[in-house]
Design a protein around this ligand. Structure first.
Ligand code: PDD
Length: 283
């Protein structure tokens, strides 16, 4: 069952608990994380919390809640949901105050939901998904996991209208990332992905894939990928907490490779699945 939490209370996931003057609602003034729970155990929780604290600091969002208190709420939500496999969404905002652009002197609001895995049809993971290319119209601080997602939503909707799963964003002729994922190309058995900078989010799944590649001695290069390199790639895939390792077999009208998920992408999918199983297995 889906369950939720808002400022100290466990509530139903559809309960109307957020006041109208909440700054997440008024301004998108906050940061968030999406954490996947496999077999009752959060996957790469410390890394998600590290990023949450980094994002909060980057927008000068001050709070006293300890890491342990976030973990405590997450574990309670998992238990209350009665689910083994779920997604926890966690959001911290600058709190409740009459609408005014200046920061209020108010405690932050913390909310979370726990819901069954958002299901991306298995067929995409098996046969590959399609993407469009779209200009990256976002701000200069995309390393912050901010609630402000309007350019991401607009580009994702364009992808959807074109019958595609994701929009791959580009800036100055080079790929940045997807609207809610990181992007990788494979050429001559080398994985390439955009280096970490202010222009992309440091994906936790990206980090997992980098570790997998290193352990399997697959060359992994963090360097800019030009649009032409995307079209000429042997394989393309995206990663995110909810899509894991997702093959992209067509971008716009252009088939990638032979239009099937490639061998290295398949290998990374298998390793990623093995990793989520191993680190969340019962002790
Ligand atoms: N999105 N880039 C962007 C812009 C993202 O929003 C996400 C994640 C990622 C991948 O990050 P990770 O591997 O840590 O999930 C990259 C989440 C899932 C979301 O907004 O739903």
């Amino acid at each position: 069952m889906s369950v939720a939490y808002f400022n100290g209370k466990f509530v139903g996931s559809n309960d109307p608990v957020v006041p109208i003057d909440e700054r997440g609602h008024q301004f998108g003034d906050g940061v968030y994380e999406v954490i996947r729970i496999y077999n009752n155990k959060p996957f790469m929780l410390e890394e998600h919390l590290d990023r949450l604290y980094m994002s909060a600091e980057a927008i000068a969002l001050a709070f006293d809640q300890s890491r342990e208190s976030f973990k405590e709420i997450i574990f309670q939500l998992i238990e209350r949901s009665g689910l083994d496999n779920l997604d926890v969404y966690l959001q911290i905002t600058r709190g409740l105050a009459p609408r005014n652009h200046l920061f209020p002197d108010a405690p932050v609001s913390i909310s979370m939901t726990a819901k069954p895995f958002r299901s991306i049809p298995a067929e995409f993971r098996e046969r590959g998904a399609k993407a469009i290319l779209h200009p990256d119209e976002r701000w200069m601080n995309c390393y912050i996991k901010s609630l402000n997602l309007l350019p991401n939503l607009l580009a994702k909707q364009e992808a959807h209208k074109a019958g595609c799963l994701e929009a791959i964003l580009h800036r100055d002729g080079k790929l940045t990332e997807g609207t809610s994922s990181n992007v990788f190309v494979i050429k001559d058995s080398r994985i390439r992905t955009t280096p970490l900078s202010r222009h992309i989010l440091a994906g936790i799944t990206r980090m997992a894939v980098q570790r997998i590649a290193q352990a399997a001695a697959i060359p992994f290069e963090e360097r800019h990928v030009a649009i032409e390199e995307l079209y000429e790639a042997d394989e393309v895939f995206i990663t995110s907490t909810t899509s894991e390792v997702m093959p992209i077999v067509q971008v716009g009208e252009k088939l990638i490779g032979d239009g099937q998920p490639g061998q290295l992408t398949r290998l990374l999918q298998r390793h990623f699945q093995a990793l989520t199983t191993a680190v969340t297995a019962d002790a």
